[in-house]
Design a protein around this ligand. Structure first.
Ligand SMILES: C[S@@+](CC[C@H](N)C(=O)[O-])C[C@H]1O[C@@H](n2cnc3c(N)ncnc32)[C@H](O)[C@@H]1O
Length: 401
């Protein structure tokens, strides 16, 4: 029987006390709707406690096998549209679900079983299955389900090939736009990721849709990460200048979110700069809210990127800096890995691993100072918000004088 040492014992006690305090605050905050921070504290405390009390050995590896099973079946069910065939109220028999999926009843029952034991679906009687709140996110079009589907593309496909990647290129941080795990995993190591993405239109659509959802969920403006009232004033004072340029701005989601909160920023003086296939998709979608926004095809590396991922990032910033007026501000919405201390935020550490697959990285404050300096910029402020992304900040830069 595994025992825990004195340090773990003391930690368990402290975490249990923290948990009790957070639960009390969570319950008390229900009426005020002030629960998100308490929720995070509760989840973090529970996870810490579970790590301490879970026995090593069999339990640990079996738990990971369970997680892999859940991911495998969720992916199959998402691809097959199985979640959409389960009624939102009531249940469906395995036989009926199998018929809708063109799958054997016995296969449908076995696959469902993995999600039932994980609490994602619910067994009804002996032969039927129903949704739970956890499975509803996988209904077609649900924003969280769309983002999860892209996590499969972006993470798992690349992670599966990572050992081969490092065997071929050596155990060092990927440098450059090509010969990165994400392109290697898709059989085109000599191409930059965004070119590989453009070769697969369904993946490109999933990717841009997910980016738009993530941006809409992010606290860029909503939680006060940056106050754009100075820009509204500037727009009034100088009516002939472009006001806001979003470089690599996806489907224009950030422009729209900022405009929603600061309607004084005129949309016809906002510029969306993107890769050709993204601009093409935006124009084809003909979203009336984006009609006035200027759409410009660019390559922010401009043809000849130098080697090295920080050099590439500094190069993108240098090209922007060269186009800036003396009073322009460059706002970089990005993670600052060590903002809350040397231990990175949980999501930031995992996203850093994800970024590694694309030859990118989550940077520390020091890294940001270094690359902005090399680009001819200085950091004026770094501000965060109260939203769900605790590692995300707006880094405000001006041209160095
Ligand atoms: C991670 S997404 C972020 C999208 C958006 N800024 C957001 O926060 O939701 C990166 C974006 O950069 C664009 N991009 C990648 N390479 C580019 C390039 N060389 N020139 C211009 N845009 C590029 C991609 O098409 C993609 O939409």
């Amino acid at each position: 029987m595994a025992t825990i040492d004195d340090v773990a014992r003391a930690e368990l006690k402290t975490t249990a006390d923290e948990l009790q305090t957070a639960v009390d605050a969570f319950l008390a905050g229900q009426e005020k709707g002030d629960v998100d921070t308490c929720r995070k504290t509760i989840i973090d405390a529970c996870e810490k406690m579970l790590q301490t009390v879970k026995p090593p050995g069999h339990f640990q590896w079996m738990e990971r096998v369970r997680q892999m099973g859940v991911m495998g079946v969720t992916h199959l069910f998402q691809e097959w549209g199985a979640f959409d065939h389960i009624p939102e109220q009531g249940a469906i028999s395995f036989a009926e679900l199998g018929k809708k999926l063109d799958a054997e009843t016995s296969l449908t029952e076995r696959l469902s079983g993995v999600l039932i034991v994980a609490g994602i679906l619910r067994l009804v009687g002996t032969d039927s299955v129903a949704h739970t709140p956890s499975s509803l996110i996988f209904l077609r079009g649900n924003p969280s389900g769309v983002v999860y589907r892209v996590a499969w593309d972006n993470c798992l496909v690349a992670y599966f090939h990572m050992a081969d990647f490092f065997a071929k290129y050596g155990r060092k941080e990927p440098q450059g736009l090509t010969h990165i795990p994400a392109s290697f995993a898709r059989g085109h190591p000599d191409k930059p990721f965004f070119e590989v993405l453009a070769m697969d239109p369904p993946y490109l659509k999933r990717f841009t849709d997910a980016m738009a959802i993530i941006e809409a969920m992010s606290p860029a403006v909503t939680a006060g990460m940056h106050d754009f009232s100075w820009l509204v004033q500037k727009a009034e004072q100088e009516p002939n200048r472009p006001v806001f340029v979003d470089v690599g701005g996806g489907k224009g989601q950030c422009i729209l979110t900022i405009h929603q909160e600061f309607p004084g920023i005129p949309l016809n003086r906002c510029v969306l700069q993107e890769r050709p296939e993204v601009i093409q998709a935006v124009e084809a979608a003909a979203d009336p809210t984006l009609a006035e926004v200027q759409k410009v095809v660019i390559d922010f590396h401009v043809a000849q990127p130098t080697k090295g991922s920080d050099t590439i990032a500094a190069n993108i910033l240098r090209i922007i800096a060269e186009a800036m007026a003396d009073d322009s501000k460059l706002l970089i919405q990005e993670d600052v890995k060590d903002f809350h201390g040397p231990r990175p935020d949980t999501d930031t550490a995992v996203l850093d691993f994800l970024m590694l697959t694309y030859g990118g990285k989550e940077r520390t404050r020091r890294c940001w100072e270094d690359i902005t300096e090399r680009a001819g910029l200085s950091i004026v402020s770094v501000s965060g918000g109260d939203g769900p992304w605790h590692g995300l900040f707006v880094i405000e830069c001006v041209k160095k004088t």
